[in-house]
Design a protein around this ligand. Structure first.
Ligand SMILES: [Zn+2]
Length: 86
């Protein structure tokens, strides 16, 4: 049985899908970068200034620690720099 044409066709479709997929990801990453540029709220704690300790129950506030990324400011580094005039 010669299924080479079918194999070739599927391979062609796979590379086409890969290309489309990569283009979509590039598009989404560009959108993400643009949004991140404008965002001033810490992504790690979503502005809550605290994060749950690893493996802690999400509902238990006693197990929250100061956000290690924004150090409890709830802001991104770029906004802090803006306020510090740096
Ligand atoms: Zn934070």
């Amino acid at each position: 049985m010669n299924l080479i044409p079918a194999i070739k066709e599927i391979n062609r479709q796979i590379s086409e899908e890969c290309k489309r997929h990569n283009e979509k990801i590039i598009e989404l990453e560009a959108a993400l970068a643009a949004i991140r540029k404008l965002n001033t709220t810490c992504e790690t704690c979503a502005g809550k200034k605290v994060v749950n300790k690893p493996r802690a129950c999400a509902e238990d506030e006693r197990d929250q620690i100061v956000c290690p990324d924004c150090h409890g400011t709830g802001r991104t580094e770029q906004e802090l720099k803006f306020y510090e005039g740096g």
